[in-house]
Each structure stands twice: as C-alpha cells, then as structure tokens.
Design a protein. Structure first.
Length: 303
C-alpha cells in the first residue's frame, strides 16, 4: 500500500476539498464538504481540517498544503499577495506557515495587481495556473470561469497581468433579482444551445448593447414566445459573450485560450469559444488545483 506523503487542501469560500496524496502525486483518499471559509470561520479552521484528517486516518506528522480562502484576511492565517508581474515559482516559495500547529501546515499566497487603473486580486486561481501551466510555462492566455472569472496573461511562467469578471455572480443576480426572473421561472435542465450561441455572438459583436440585449430576453419572450430554458441560456450567453469581448481583445482570438474549468462551465465556455472560432485547450479545474498543490508540496518539502 502506498504511503501518504502530504495532504492537499483547496479551501474555497463555500466549499472544502481535501486529498491524501503520496509523494508521487497519486491520490490515496479524499474528502469534500461545504465547510468553506464562511463555515470554517465559525467552527474553527483547525477543527474542520482535523475532522477530515481523522476521517482518512492521516498520520499526525503529515504536512498539509492549502490554497484558497483559508489564506484570506478573514480566513485562518493571512497569506498575503504576490504582486504582478508574479512568477509562479514564487507561489510555493511565499507559503505561510500556520503558527502553533502540531503539524507543518502551509497556506499559499494569492496574487495582486497593484495598478490604480486596474486593481485586482486572485486567491486560489494562482494554484490552478501553476497546475495548468507549470512553473516555466510558455506564453498563454488563461480563462478560469466561475462566480468571478479570471483571465490571466502568462509569459515565461510569469503572471504579467490579469482581470476579474463578475460573470457568474451577475448571472445569479440578473436571473433571480430582476424582471428576467419571470422569463426563466420554471426553466428545465435541458440546455437550449441555439439560444446560447446566438446570444454569445450578439454580445461579443456589440458589447455596448449588453443591457439592451438582456432586456430583449424578456421582450422577445413576451412578443414571440420561447421557453424559460431558452431565456436562461440567452442570459448566460449574453454575459459570457460580454466577458469574451473583453478577454479576447487584441490578437487573443487568433492565438487561442487555455480554459481551466469543470462541468457545465467547461461545456458552456468551450462552446462559446468554439462558436467564435477561438482555438481552445481545456484543462479540468479540479485537476489543475490538485496538480498545483502537488507542485507546491514538492517545492516546499522536496518530496
């Protein structure tokens, strides 16, 4: 039986994922829960972590590497930020040790863009970038969809700049808290691909009309009919098309995108990019995070 070398944790705002890993990077066991930063802040980060370690029978001397919101200011121990341009090799080098812990626990820092005209921060995505590209990656433009999507320009393993788009959060607010909630009421799981693709193209071609395109979701349904599922996909396509109009500025549409995503987000963003004839290299988001944590563990503990 393989012996564990370390524990890797991706600690989000609302989710918790833990992997027991051998020195070669193979997963020996895993745990998942909704004990993200918000819940762990009340229960105690050390308590939550230990409960999952105990459930897997992890040895008391196993080191733990953590990325994500456990390192936020309101998290367990603030891990701070590395300023852009930020070489991905400095992510594990700047890991912060949890003081007073019985085992060696390190939390990876985020990346900050201290530009008065484009201030931005990421926490957790830097580990996905590390796992998706490696420490000495060639040039790449990376899209990491989510509640707050990240677009990063990486050259020679260095994150030169990045931008955050509140696409996922806007979709939630627009579809639940505006007049468009009536348009999507009772939407079925089935996806209307045609409605999605046409909305992506319209928003990409005319991003200045985004607010008008969103209202058309409701007016078109009232005047010409259409299912709640189609309305949902038109909202989604409009917001993703708006994001792509900014993310693919310049020559990025020709050079291609590295997409780090999973599940429905992976499908919809890949479809949107392919609809716009953009070359796509797709990497599973969870695999990227786990690989990035493994690379950080190898760098820190020389496993």
């Amino acid at each position: 039986m393989n012996k564990a070398g370390y524990v890797a944790v991706d600690w989000g705002t609302s989710s918790f994922r833990l992997w027991l890993v051998d020195p070669a990077g193979s997963v020996l066991g895993e745990r998942r829960s909704q004990e993200g930063m918000m819940a762990a802040g009340k229960l105690g980060f050390a308590t939550v972590l230990q409960s999952h370690l105990d459930a897997l029978g992890a040895a008391n001397d196993l080191p733990v590497i953590i990325c994500g919101m456990a390192g936020a200011r309101q998290g367990w121990v603030e891990a701070g930020y590395i300023d852009t341009p930020a070489h991905l090799a400095t992510v594990p080098a700047r890991a912060v040790a949890v003081p007073g812990a019985a085992r060696d626990i390190r939390i990876l820092p985020g990346i900050a863009q201290r530009n008065p005209t484009a201030p931005d921060v990421m926490r957790g995505e830097e580990t996905q970038l590390l796992g998706a590209l490696g420490m000495d990656a060639d040039n790449a433009v990376v899209c990491i969809p989510g509640t707050h999507s990240k677009w990063a320009v990486v050259k020679g393993g260095t994150v030169e700049r990045f931008a955050t788009f509140m696409t996922g959060e806007l979709f939630s607010v627009v579809s639940r808290e505006t007049i468009l909630s009536h348009a999507v009421a009772g939407a079925e799981e089935a996806e209307d691909i045609g409605a999605f693709k046409s909305a992506v193209v319209a928003a990409f071609d005319t991003p200045a009309l985004a607010a008008n395109l969103l209202f058309q979701v409701r007016s078109s349904q009232l005047l010409y009919g259409g299912s709640p599922s189609a309305a949902r996909e038109r909202i989604s396509g409009t917001l993703i098309g708006l994001e792509l109009a900014a993310g693919l500025a310049g020559d990025r549409r020709r050079s291609g995108i590295t997409l780090v995503a999973s599940g429905r987000l992976q499908r919809m963003y890949q479809l949107a990019l392919e609809t716009l004839a953009v070359p796509v290299r797709s990497i599973d988001a969870e695999e990227a995070a786990r690989r990035g944590l493994s690379m950080a563990a190898q760098a820190i503990w020389k496993l």
